[in-house]
Design a protein around this ligand. Structure first.
Ligand code: SF4
Length: 386
């Protein structure tokens, strides 16, 4: 949609404003971002959008069309990422900045031009829970009936394990699904793959996961496990993984993601198909877990993040599988990290936002998406005074 195509004929705006918006002399634009490049995978199921932000930084969003006609959008939440997972190309960039909520939303708007998006997963560039406020604001608008009207249960936030934010997510984005990128069954091994595991211990992570699963009778979660050849792909790892989730068989979807080769200093290699098959066999037959193997695709268009693995059309629609099956109810944009993160080189316990601050964030989100309308009204007032 262009600005000229926006329906402005309901009498809300003065005629002169509508005319200027339509003829391009208003100085306003519909988007702060633009699609710098668009590429489709050879089988046509996936479209990658390179989105350029106002300041020239680029991020990626992937539109994945499933065989049954549903479409999932994988959005980025940051430019780069500071979590430094050793298999991830994005992690080598460091954290260059947070996306504003409207920049996350504009990925959805651009994607809707490719196909009508029904599911959104925060699995692109960045750790979404390190850009918490913008992600919560964006989810608020995505699920707003007057905006994108997506179901909260169709939105998945994937984290590598930012414990304080995992605790507040169910409160601040009710009905949204949480996915955990685990990648290792023990604290010792996890620290080698996910450096931030030193701050957020596996025991604590499992505790907060239990809290999440206990927050509703039908809550499920997806555990993502990037399988690295010779690192976390042996039978011992499979056994320990099975033990870790003993008793949670009904609530866990374990998603094994064979490494999508990336050029990172750690030099990880993909696992052999036999190693992955053996892991699946142990986890499913001995431990009764529901396990999927995510087929990577998009070699021809490249993935956004070491963690981002594009599904083939025949794969199960993971976001649907773990949905709790209940309905619930232009400025410079590289913002500084939240204050509590600036005070420490590592992540710190998040302060609990008050209900008034949450209300304020919701207000800001609505202001953000209404900025064009506000500008137009200001222009109208200015015209009248003249
Ligand atoms: S896998 Fe995700 S959390 Fe880890 S470095 Fe990459 S983008 Fe960040």
């Amino acid at each position: 949609m262009t600005l000229g195509e926006v329906d402005m004929d309901d009498g809300t705006l003065p005629r002169i404003v509508v005319e200027r918006l339509r003829d391009g002399t208003s100085g306003f634009e519909l988007y702060t971002t633009r699609v710098a490049h668009e590429s489709a995978s050879s089988d046509g199921s996936t479209t990658k959008l390179i989105v350029e932000l106002q300041d020239g930084h680029k991020i990626e969003a992937c539109v994945m069309r499933h065989a049954k006609g549903r479409t999932t959008l994988c959005v980025s939440s940051q430019v780069g990422c500071k979590m430094g997972c050793t298999f991830c190309a994005t992690g080598t960039l460091g954290e260059l900045g947070n996306l504003a909520s409207f920049e996350i939303l504009e990925q959805l708007a651009h994607a809707n031009r490719v196909a009508a998006v029904r599911n959104v997963v925060f699995m692109g560039m960045g750790e979404p829970l390190n850009n918490y406020d913008s992600v919560i604001e964006a989810i608020g608008v995505m699920t707003d009936d007057k905006a994108f009207a997506l179901s909260a249960s169709k939105i998945t936030v994937s984290t590598v394990g930012v414990i304080p934010r995992m605790r507040t997510l169910t409160r601040d984005a009710p009905g949204t699904c949480l996915a955990l990128s685990l990648h290792a069954p023990t604290q010792e091994l996890r620290q080698k793959i996910v450096p931030t595991a030193t701050a957020y211990k596996l025991d604590d992570l499992m505790r907060v996961l239990e809290e999440y699963l206990a927050s509703g009778p039908k809550m499920k979660t997806m555990i993502e496990y990037c399988v690295l050849g010779g690192v976390n792909d042996d039978e011992t790892c499979a056994e320990k993984l099975g033990e870790l989730f003993r008793g949670k068989e009904e609530k866990i979807i374990l998603n094994l993601i064979p490494l999508n080769p990336t050029d990172t200093p750690a030099g990880h290699v993909p696992p052999t198909p036999e190693a992955v098959r053996k892991m699946m066999e142990i986890l499913m037959k001995k431990y009764g877990l529901f396990v999927t193997r995510r087929h990577t695709m998009g070699d021809d268009i490249a993935g956004a993040c070491g963690q981002l693995a594009l599904k083939t059309p025949g794969d199960p629609d993971m976001e649907d599988m773990m949905a709790p099956r209940r309905t619930t109810s232009a400025a410079k944009v590289r913002r500084a990290p939240p204050r509590e993160e600036r005070t420490s080189p590592t992540l710190v316990e998040a302060s609990q936002p008050s209900s008034s601050s949450r209300a304020q964030r919701t207000e800001y989100a609505l202001i953000g998406v209404s900025v064009l309308s506000a500008g137009m009204l200001a222009y109208a007032l200015y015209s009248r005074r003249r």
